[in-house]
Design a protein around this ligand. Structure first.
Ligand code: PMP
Length: 417
């Protein structure tokens, strides 16, 4: 631990100090200490540009979209639809109408489970998910299985927290009707081989949904190259506002799928006898949406594009390996999730210390981490532990901050052992 405070900012690989100035909250003091924000997997901080765009919307543009002929409504609609194009380009979707606004990853998955599931699943069909799913990629499928009689099957993982691909291969059969897997695990950091999973499932004509809640902010995602059928992510995990998310779906599926919710905007015409639904993507966007959220998300993606997702990924990988090396050397600390392919997340347990106590002590040093099951209770059960402490990194974090974490952890280890 002697080398904790070696200043390796000399490397100048990434203009992190300049970037940090864009995030007002990062200069806050917490309990009199500089905030070290390592809870990025729960939600990311917002750059000034995103915050300003939300304020600008309410100060200068506030108006309902799509239905007005007046100036403000048209201007708000233009900004709102502009984000759709930004997202389309960001994930390289073939068609603009394949981008659907939702409240977040959770709603995107519920939309597909409910709309696609009700229309297509029947008794004894099999739906595959992995052993490392977030609850939001488990419960919606359980609900639809209860209603349709389909069965939920779980692809197991090994002790490093990697999906066992041979098991997956063996589970695919003519009864399999859908596969939904997480791209990056929020509690283990594992990057799953989703291209392999998608290609294998497609050999059986099975559609695949990707939960990209923890990958969209770290990895380059090209939905055409991946050939995934659905993909979900949340705005707030990619430096945008809460309450807004994206569902990408292949047009051929979205066209056939029934609406998820009924209401304004999702209809072409309504009478008491018959309603004709609106075209894509509006068929899936009932009611007044989160207009400011959509606009803020567009600005967030532009912000990411300006830095470049590859540069972000490279820097975050350096942070991860620096932190992994430091933490691996600590006696009494065990990292949970040791997959070969990982990004931005370190989960760990400390001998004799409950993660909540660890989190509380770190908090007194200004270090924000998450403790608990991280909405992945089955993952905790798989590793036979009640909870972990999780530090998750963003490109605005520094090596120095990891040193602060390590120093604080050292204190915890000494206290409990
Ligand atoms: N999937 C994963 C892997 C996640 O990490 C999260 C958020 N922790 C979700 C789904 C749900 O995202 P949201 O709460 O933004 O809908």
């Amino acid at each position: 631990m002697e080398n904790l405070f070696i200043d390796i900012s000399e490397k100048k690989v990434f203009e992190v100090e300049k970037i940090r100035k864009d995030f007002p909250i990062l200069s806050r003091l917490i309990h009199g200490k500089n905030l070290v924000y390592f809870d990025n997997a729960a939600t990311t901080q917002k750059p000034r540009q995103v915050i300003d765009s939300i304020q600008n919307y309410y100060v200068n543009l506030n108006s309902n979209i799509h239905r007005g002929v007046h100036y403000l409504s048209e201007a708000a609609t233009k900004e709102y639809e502009c984000t759709r194009k930004i997202i389309q380009n960001f994930i390289n979707a073939k068609h603009l109408e394949e981008i659907i606004y939702t409240r977040g990853t959770t709603e995107s998955i519920n939309l597909v489970a409910s709309s696609y599931g009700f229309a297509n699943f029947k008794k004894d069909d099999e739906i595959l998910i992995s052993a490392m799913e977030h609850h939001s990629n488990i419960v919606p499928w359980q609900i639809i299985c209860q209603h349709t009689g389909a069965k939920l099957k779980v692809i197991p993982m090994n002790d490093d927290g990697e999906i066992i691909l041979e098991e997956f291969d063996n589970m695919l059969n003519e009864k399999t009707k859908f596969v939904s897997v997480v791209h990056v695990s929020n509690s283990l950091g594992t990057i799953n081989p989703i291209k392999y999973i998608i290609d294998k499932a497609h050999n059986f004509n099975i559609p695949v949904m990707v939960d990209a809640a923890q990958s969209i902010q770290h990895l380059k995602i090209d939905v055409q190259q991946l050939d995934c059928d659905f993909l979900a992510f949340s705005g707030h995990k990619i430096y945008g506002p809460t309450g807004i998310g994206i569902l990408y779906g292949k047009k051929k599926y979205l066209i056939e799928m029934p609406p998820y919710q009924g209401g304004g905007d999702m209809i072409m015409s309504v009478s008491f006898e018959k309603t004709i639904y609106n075209e894509l993507p509006y068929k899936f966007e009932a009611g007044t949406p989160n207009i400011a959220g959509v606009i803020g998300l567009g600005v967030a993606i532009r912000y990411i594009n300006n830095i470049g997702i590859e540069a972000i990924n490279n820097f975050e990988n350096e942070l991860l390996s620096y932190a992994t090396n430091l933490l691996s050397d600590m006696k009494g600390l065990k990292i949970i999730g040791t997959a070969k392919d990982k990004t931005s997340v370190i989960s760990f347990i400390i001998d004799n210390a409950h993660p909540h106590d660890v989190g509380t002590i770190l908090d007194r040093d200004g270090v924000a981490v998450r403790t608990g099951h991280h909405c992945t209770e089955p993952v905790m059960r798989r590793f036979n532990i009640p909870a972990t402490t999780r530090a998750s990194f963003s490109f605005y974090n520094t090596f120095y901050e990891i040193d602060v974490l390590a120093k604080s952890l050292k204190k915890v280890i000494n206290l409990f052992n």
